[in-house]
Design a protein around this ligand. Structure first.
Ligand code: GAP
Length: 440
């Protein structure tokens, strides 16, 4: 399948099944902003919950945080974003479309939109932060930014959390939240957008132990993605070159996935040294040191950051799960999502709309919902079509209530991937699903 085809198919499937819609579609859409529909929001919540569980719930040395999006403007002076969070921008002298100057299709000087040759002048640096005003007066003194990364909310709360949670270095702070970047050339569906979510963790360590912790987090994060069932051959590390390194980083590795449009980053692991805490110390005038109670040593910790784009990881998960195949002479499209990620865990069908089967199926479906097993009831169309709809939605198990149910109180459960069917007693269905939902 051509790469463009796969992206088109994913965009259309995710719209058709209620995963992702273009923002403000009825007004013609907002540039590179997307809304998550009923299945999309479940998938996203499941992904975030797995990350939170691995980072916060399963460890003693990481605390959670939910810092505000709006921060004191001094934060972004200190962090270097006001000065340095820029991309080179060029404008076509003919059609006035704007592009990132470092795009390969622009570097030759020809406008990719209208074809004008020698279309661009000298690039100017464009700051990617969204600027707005706090309060009723639109003046420079009231200017404020939408955060371009969640990390800074963690740094400014470093001492609050270390003190209240009584943590000792090494320890981490994790946060999931929205970030905003006024990207010059967003695109590739939910890959590069202007509003997105990050799941970031800053791990504070004693200087000198940073290299070792970097390696641990690098391995840990790759293993976590592989544990979601992402194909190993589609994952790799990319080390940042000197030119690629962000202004705060001493060492950085991206975790990349082979998307239909090439190998691209979806998570970064960065050694940010003491850059951020030191800068906040300078700019705020507040000491941001850690005092080791055992040795009385004082130091500004180094930070190892793991920064995952939630939306990009979602695109990884969807791309990796998408499959087309022919089964018994019929084509089907399947989203082979890990059951822990799948928005719906089960769909319940009465085989026919008679003999009391819809009533039994409805009762089973309601029982699943009460047991917090997201389930979908469907009695419309042939059984084959109902299976296909759920295959596309990524539902791991379809439960059919049929004639035999009236005789022995069992139902069939069909596995989305292997297509195997087993008979399970109706009152054992919740337990059967729960066992398998925990991971294959
Ligand atoms: N705090 C470090 C930081 O923000 P980054 O490499 O700029 O580092 C981290 O971003 C992750 O955030 C990326 O790997 C990507 O998954 C996600 N991300 C960044 N910009 C994005 C955008 N415009 N749209 C969607 N995701 C984005």
């Amino acid at each position: 399948m051509a790469s463009g085809d796969l992206m088109d198919k994913l965009v259309s499937l995710t719209k058709r099944r209620g995963y992702v819609f273009q923002s403000s579609e009825i007004y013609g859409g907002t540039g590179s902003v997307w809304d998550y529909g009923p299945l999309g929001v479940e998938l996203k919540n499941n992904l975030k919950a797995l990350w939170w569980s691995a980072m916060v719930h399963q460890r003693d040395d990481i605390e959670g945080l939910d810092a505000a999006i709006l921060m004191h403007p001094g934060v972004w002076e200190a962090s270097g974003h006001v000065e340095g969070f820029t991309d080179p921008l060029v404008e076509c002298s003919s059609c006035h479309r704007r592009f990132r100057a470092d795009l390969p299709e622009v570097e030759g000087g020809q406008c990719p939109t209208c074809g004008t040759r020698n279309a661009f002048g000298t690039p100017r640096m464009f700051n990617l932060m969204f600027k707005t005003f706090m309060g009723p007066v639109e003046e420079d003194a009231a200017a404020i930014y939408l955060r371009p990364e969640t990390a800074q909310g963690i740094y400014v709360n470093f001492l609050n959390i270390q003190g209240t949670a009584r943590q000792k270095v090494p320890f981490g702070i994790a946060q999931i939240g929205k970030a905003f970047r006024n990207e010059i050339t967003p695109g590739n569906f939910i890959f590069r957008t202007r509003e997105f979510e990050q799941a970031e963790m800053q791990f504070f360590v004693k200087p000198g132990t940073d290299d070792e912790w970097f390696e641990r987090w690098k391995a840990d994060r790759m293993a976590w993605h592989a544990g979601l069932g992402i194909k190993a051959e589609k994952l790799r590390f990319h080390q940042h070159t000197e030119e690629e390194l962000a202004h705060y980083a001493k060492l950085a590795f991206d975790i990349e996935y082979e998307f239909p449009f090439g190998w691209k980053e979806f998570e970064g692991i960065h050694n940010r040294t003491d850059f951020d805490l030191s800068r906040h110390q300078e700019h705020s005038g507040k000491r941001l040191e850690y005092i080791d109670a055992a040795t009385n040593e004082r130091y500004v910790p180094y930070v190892i950051e793991t920064s995952m784009g939630v939306d990009r990881t979602l695109l990884v998960v969807l791309t990796d799960a998408y499959r087309e195949e022919v089964v018994e002479g019929e084509e089907r499209v399947v989203l082979s999502l890990d059951p822990r990620l799948a928005p719906l865990k089960a769909a319940v069908f009465p085989l026919v709309k008679k003999d009391g089967l819809p009533e039994i199926a409805t009762k089973l479906h309601e029982g699943l919902r009460k047991a917090s097993v997201p389930s979908f009831y469907d009695a419309a169309g042939s059984i084959g079509r109902r299976y296909r709809r759920q295959d596309e939605a990524g539902t791991p198990w379809c439960i059919t209530v049929d004639g035999q149910t009236n005789e022995d109180d069992t139902v069939t459960i069909r596995d989305r991937d292997s297509l195997e069917q087993v008979r399970v007693a109706t009152d054992k269905v919740v337990g059967w699903l729960r066992e398998r939902m925990a991971g294959r």
